[in-house]
Write a protein that binds this ligand. Structure first.
Ligand SMILES: *Cc1c(COP(=O)(O)O)cnc(C)c1O
Length: 418
């Protein structure tokens, strides 16, 4: 559900015509809908309202400060995976006691930074990391609150690059080892165990994998009680899918309905870490058609947004709906929609049926709010896109378009060597 709709044959972002925003800010342009973001966050809050819970927005899905500030304002927390994301979350005003820190490669500096800022907990992904966190905490004369990220060996039936809970994945601690590591954690003086964590993957479109994974985690939870390990937080991760094409993923309410019966009898707060399902459908990427080309065997629409702006089609073969900003009921063609980057993998869509479009017109790449801008780069020395947030009839630039100067601002020509 989102607020990008056609009115009088023009695509609107809430109450603003996309063409108007393009005129003011140019392309490629990311446009986000405030109403959509709020709706999704509230859907999670309401879904889990009958149990104690914290919604920790997964910052990596879209880390723009304006979006994080909106999260702060609504009183939700953050799931972070780096020191940089912690910096952003704190800057935006997200409360440290609602921040959880995951990731297999936390550095000593990142651990120290997080400890100094008193985050809620580290989601620890290995035995070695447990020792490292203990050591840093000892140096700072603090106790580090931790959960162990347990890998329940569940296939979430999603793209292999975004499945994270299989035995062969780099993430988490194998469930058979978990009890041993909890005992180890208990013996470390500067570690305080407060939770258990799992995250099995992304773009999950049915609840059965969640139920299966949570059941496994909860049997561990029950075992831990016998060893006098007190679990205050059960962190079930993120991963709920969204509709890109014809998927019918569960809603937060469906997820809650499937999981709450399992956890209701347990004491402890639930943490949920949604990313994609909050921002995915709340954003679009608008691009200008530069050229059309027919090679005899194929049609191409060449646009001004490339894989540096939105890498999902290239990286995962992902499908994004692509809509004309001003449709005109013209004859349809089957075409590839490609960017200007010098890579054959630079495409937004393959063999897509779309009405015949002319250069100078604009296309909207839908559902681009998650893992869109946050995965963008400067490849081919392309300045990154601008980002705009729309709220009803109002809108604001939330990230300036980069300039050529921005591209080189950290580079140095070493005069003494050259
Ligand atoms: C990426 C990630 C999430 C968010 O996943 P979505 O599929 O975007 O909801 C949550 N938790 C952890 C640990 C992650 O790495």
């Amino acid at each position: 559900m989102h607020f990008f709709t056609y009115k009088n044959n023009k695509l609107y972002a809430e109450d603003i015509a996309v063409s108007e925003l393009v005129r003011e800010f140019g392309t490629p342009l990311y446009i986000y809908s405030y109403a959509t973001l709020i709706r999704h966050i509230r859907a999670y809050e309401e879904a889990f309202c009958e149990v104690p819970h914290i919604i920790c927005y997964a910052v990596k899905a879209n880390s723009n400060l304006a979006i994080l500030s909106l999260c702060a304002e609504l009183g939700i927390g953050a799931d972070i995976v780096s020191g940089g994301e912690l910096f952003r979350a704190l800057k935006a005003g997200i409360k440290p006691f609602r921040i959880v820190f995951a990731g297999v490669g936390k550095t000593e500096q990142e651990i120290e930074y997080a400890l100094k800022n008193n985050i809620l907990m580290f989601n620890v992904e290995s035995e070695a990391e447990l020792y490292k966190i203990n050591e840093v905490a000892k140096k700072l004369k603090k106790h580090a609150c931790v959960a162990l990220r347990v890998n329940p060996d569940i296939d979430p039936k999603t793209h292999k690059y975004i499945a994270t809970g299989l035995r062969t994945s780099k993430f988490g601690i194998p469930i058979e080892k978990a009890l041993e590591y909890y005992k180890l954690a208990k013996s470390l003086k500067n570690i305080k165990i407060i939770g258990i964590h799992k995250h099995i993957g992304s773009q999950i479109t049915d609840t059965s994998a969640y139920v299966e994974a949570l059941s496994k985690i909860l049997s561990l939870y029950d075992k831990l009680a016998k060893y006098d390990v007190d679990i205050e937080y059960i962190d079930i991760g993120g991963g709920l899918g969204i509709t890109y094409k014809d998927e019918e993923p569960p809603l937060p309410k469906d997820l809650a309905n499937a999981l709450i019966p399992l956890i209701k009898s347990k004491k402890g707060k639930i943490i949920v870490e949604p990313g994609r399902s909050i921002v995915g459908n709340a954003g679009i990427l608008v691009t200008k058609v530069l050229y059309t080309k027919e090679t005899g065997s194929k049609n191409f629409i060449i646009v001004d947004a490339g894989m540096n702006d939105l890498i999902r089609p290239s990286l995962y073969g992902s499908y994004h709906e692509i809509l004309p900003v001003t449709p005109d009921k013209r004859q349809k063609i089957v075409t590839d929609i490609v960017g200007p980057i010098c890579e054959s993998g630079d495409f937004l869509a393959k063999d897509r049926e779309i009405e015949k479009i002319t250069p100078g017109e604009h296309l909207a790449v839908m559902s681009a709010g998650a893992y869109g801008f946050s995965m963008s780069s400067n490849y081919n020395s392309r300045p990154r896109a601008a980002e705009v947030l729309v709220k009803g009839e109002n809108y604001a630039l939330i990230r300036k378009r980069e300039t050529y100067k921005d591209l080189i601002k950290n580079e140095i020509i070493p005069e003494d060597i050259l």
